[in-house]
Design a protein. Sequence first.
Length: 326
Amino acid sequence: MPRSLLRAFSAGAVLLLVLTGCSSGSEDTAPSAEPAAGGAFPVTLNHAFGSTTIERAPQRVVTIGYNEADFAMALGVQPVAEREFIGDFPFQQRPWLPQPPLGPTPQVLDATTLPVEQIAALRPDVILGVYSFIDKPTYDRLARIAPTVAQSTPDGTNPANWEEQTRITGQALGRTEQAEQVITDTRRTFTDAIAAHPEFRGKRLSMDFVLEGKPINMGTDDLRAQLFAGLGFTVRPDSQNLSLEQQGRLDNDVIVVLGRTKAESLADPVFAAIPAVREGRVAYLGDFGTEFAGALGYSSPLSLSYAIDDVSPKLSAALRGEAPGA
């Protein structure tokens, strides 16, 4: 994968499916776990490459998914290693991390090619890759090191949403009760935001994700668009590549732009001619190096609250025609 793509990729790995034209399968494909009452072990989790049984509560956790470390930390577990977040902000100092830290700073695993030897040297008890997009040969190598939980389907279609990923992580770590509490608390953040901004409910939103100058009309098959659906907006279900000439399809009650500045966007005559743009119903959310873009990329119980606090006033201003952002 080109480095330029990885820089925007972050935790929103579903973008690969958009760019390569892959289609989604059935909706009921997230990794599942056989019941583990109260976090009991052993627990068996099903995933793209079979099933993985974890015999006892893991102490040394390696996270190889693009957002995986956040989910472990949301449940009070500090991983010994986390996959590199490719972006322009210091991801290991991301502002939504638990304070004080839960433990030593995790080692960093390369984002482009997982360093299997480095992972083996860490002596993990479990390897979590619910959002990792690994292939079968990589899974086989990792599974020889420690019980490894992969994504739901080989090509990464239908990834677990944040609630499902929280539950899977809770089952793998023996923290099912904590996982349910985290889900409840995070849902409350969404509910509170909707209560504070009833104008969001039912409004139609387009997410204009601009990668290397090419617009993508992002749908809820990508975690980053799911944030806006969670705030009560109506968002398309599937992501679509657009040509520059097709940008008029973005017109909606509100548009959010990620990946180019306001000035760059308005310099594009096709984009500038969209009715919602002419009326100021656009929130310009910046490039891929902002903390907001990082929070949206992780889309975890830790980062979602941060992202909601950041974006809610901007969305409200956009609905008023004030075109917030720079």
